[in-house]
Ligand binder design. Structure first.
Ligand SMILES: [Zn+2]
Length: 202
């Protein structure tokens, strides 16, 4: 595949999601090993996606993309922690991929857990804190607004996406340099479980 700049890469995702929403997706996502042997040679993903682990958000499917197209990092709440940043830096350095998308989604369980922790002071078990501790700073300013539950949830999802984008844009020299040299864009996007549509935030 020829190298795409960030605008071309975004358009390919927008078009793919449109096909998914319209039920005209080109791919049926069947796996035939002999058809994909070319993918064992090398890869040239046109976009990097940092998405949530939620089982209802299969990233290749919602963008109607296939083998070798997307470099995907999935973690609950699409949070930015050092290993996520490192994976993204790897893809940028190795494949010269020009677009990073932070993909959040409606009714995210990780966001819901973080809201619950803030409001009800619930105690999460095990290592769950390592996820919610990275979400809580984004949503704390919203808690005092006394919004209706669904509105608080929607806004928390969006602000968490935006904060992940900002962290990626500011915390990594490799990412900062690529953006400065017009070789990379980092943008947010929000997937609706209800409609299947992805709304790009930039
Ligand atoms: Zn989620």
């Amino acid at each position: 595949m020829k190298h795409l700049n960030s605008a071309q890469a975004k358009k390919r995702l927008v078009d793919g999601n449109q096909r998914f929403v319209n039920s005209t997706a080109a791919l049926h996502h069947e796996f035939h090993p002999h058809r994909h042997t070319k993918d064992t040679q090398d890869q040239a993903p046109f976009a990097i996606v940092l998405g949530c682990s939620d089982s209802r958000v299969p990233i290749e499917t919602i963008f109607d993309q296939s083998f070798g197209d997307l470099f995907i990092i999935r973690i609950a709440g699409n949070i930015v922690a050092p290993s996520q940043t490192g994976s993204i830096e790897f893809a940028i350095s190795k494949f010269k991929t020009s677009l990073v998308v932070v993909l959040g989604h409606s009714n995210c369980g990780a966001i819901s857990a973080a809201i619950d922790e803030c409001i009800n002071k619930t105690n999460l078990s095990g290592s769950l804190h390592s996820v919610t501790d990275r979400i809580k700073p984004s949503i704390l300013p919203l808690i005092s607004l006394n919004l209706p539950n669904h509105e608080l949830m929607d806004k928390a999802v969006e602000v968490n996406i935006i904060n992940s984008v900002k962290q990626l844009q500011s915390q990594s020299t490799i990412i900062k340099d690529a953006i400065y040299n017009n070789k990379l864009a980092v943008i947010g996007a929000n997937y609706s479980l209800k409609s299947g549509a992805v709304q790009f935030l930039a």
